[in-house]
Design a protein around this ligand. Structure first.
Ligand SMILES: Nc1ncnc2c1ncn2[C@@H]1O[C@H](COP(=O)(O)OP(=O)(O)OP(=O)(O)O)[C@@H](O)[C@H]1O
Ligand code: SF4
Ligand SMILES: [Mg+2]
Length: 413
């Protein structure tokens, strides 16, 4: 049975540089007692997805759209007060990123764990403290921890306190945002085992946020790979791990170091995009080794690369000499003004030569559809880009044009 169903969630922040499209049309669902791992590089929008689900919005929210269903009920239709009293903590709770360092240093752990009960159920102090004691025991902590201040506990113990707090209201769903990232590997393993045990005992569902694919594989039944504010691959963990369909997932898997392998881990060239000005078409195209004409090289990217000014694009020896300036007003048409003494015809033939000779090894050259000379300028037509949607069967879908091109196989596996 589906506990959490997120549909077309969009969540942008307003900044002076424009809207940061941190969550851009994200959809997924989680069944009761299951775990969906949300995996991706730093800044791809994982925490923003969680705070958007819980409607914890900052002042600079620019866009907040989509629907969230909890146990089949559309909670986006709730008023703020109804959402606070019925959904947050009771229905969906969250272990925030770095939360163990945010425990109040002046309050003992027992009363801190009891706080949600006092606020939401109006429980008496004693009742709430007794329930907090039980929650602390359930996460494997000895009774004296309730009497201790956070600074008297180890990192692993503090993290257990935070998990107890998230579970004290017996929610159906817990969002765990990097719950073990500040802990050593042994303590990490203990916390993961604890989460597994609790899930088995109480049937809670988890949205497990991490940038660590290895860790995600320990807990997750399903995996969603996020890149630049979008889910680019989603499916059952076994399928996504053994046969990734999206080139980004493939690169992520190959970037994990393996203890018993001689192979050097791969790295992903370039940098994640600026979310105020994400690349057109597939957002991964500037870093994708398989990019082809449908994937979305725009005129400004082509100009920046030819002028060797493209940030995050590592193409060593492609450049165009004899250019005065580039006009990139139309994203799918690049107009090049030749420099003094360079005829447009020779500039056009240099570019044609480059495009023909290096097409197979330099992905962005595949986006060039046509090169013409007009009024002493060179006009380059590019394939118009489109953003790929998730394609494939329900147990594994990926947002990559290769799947359409090759009728279901990406060629990346
Ligand atoms: N309040 C805010 N105002 C403006 N931009 C923000 C705000 N909060 C987050 N962002 C931006 O939104 C994008 C997504 O941030 P988010 O914290 O969701 O990423 P993340 O995937 O959780 O990263 P990490 O793995 O580092 O925790 C980033 O570019 C971030 O700088
Ligand atoms: S659509 Fe696929 S092939 Fe094209 S850039 Fe994106 S990930 Fe690469
Ligand atoms: Mg985060």
């Amino acid at each position: 049975m589906v506990v959490l169903d997120v549909r077309h969630l969009r969540y942008y922040y307003r900044t002076r540089r424009g809207a940061v499209k941190a969550v851009d049309d994200v959809s997924f669902s989680i069944d009761s007692g299951k775990t969906l791992a949300l995996v991706g590089e730093s800044g791809c929008g994982k925490t923003s997805t969680a705070t958007a689900i819980l409607r914890l919005l900052p002042r600079n929210v620019d866009t907040y759209e989509g629907q969230v269903f909890l146990d089949g009920q559309d909670v986006t239709a709730f008023s703020n007060e109804e959402f606070r009293s019925k959904v947050r903590w009771r229905g969906i709770s969250m272990v925030f990123q770095g939360a163990m360092n945010a425990l109040s240093p002046t309050t003992r752990c027992g009363p801190q764990v009891a706080e949600p009960l006092r606020i939401h159920y109006d429980s008496s102090g004693e009742e709430a403290l007794a329930a907090a004691g039980e929650a602390l025991r359930n996460v494997g902590l000895p009774d004296y921890v309730g009497e201790r201040y956070p600074h008297e506990l180890s990192g692993g113990m503090k993290q257990r306190v935070v998990i107890a707090m998230a579970l004290v209201m017996k929610p159906r769903m817990v969002i765990l945002d990097e719950p073990t990232s500040a802990l050593d590997v042994m303590t990490q393993a203990n916390i993961i085992n604890l989460l597994k045990r609790l899930q088995k005992e109480i049937g809670v569902a988890y949205l497990f946020i991490t940038h660590d694919l290895g860790l995600a594989s320990e807990l997750a039944t399903d995996v969603a790979i996020m890149y630049a504010g979008r889910i680019v691959e989603i499916g059952t963990a076994s399928k996504v791990y053994s046969a990734p369909k999206h080139p980004y997932t493939e690169k992520l898997i190959h970037s994990v170091p393996r203890l018993r392998s001689e192979e050097t881990p791969e790295f992903i060239p370039g940098a994640p995009p600026d979310l105020t000005n994400a690349p057109l078409g597939c957002r991964f195209h500037p870093r994708c080794p398989y990019a082809f004409e449908l994937c979305g090289w725009s005129s400004s990217e082509l100009a920046a690369t030819l002028a060797r000014q493209a940030p995050g694009v590592e193409i060593e020896d492609v450049s165009l000499a004899g250019v005065d300036k580039y006009d990139t007003k139309d994203p799918w048409k690049l107009v090049i003004w030749p420099g003094k003494g360079t005829p447009a015809s020779s500039l056009a033939s240099s570019l044609r030569e480059l495009a023909a000779g290096r097409r197979s090894s330099v992905p962005f050259l595949r986006a060039i559809e046509k090169i013409d000379e007009r009024d002493g300028r060179v006009v380059v037509r590019l394939h118009p880009a489109q953003m790929p949607e998730l394609m494939g069967e329900d147990d594994q879908r990926a947002a990559c044009w290769l799947l359409q091109k090759e009728g279901g196989g990406s060629g990346t596996t």
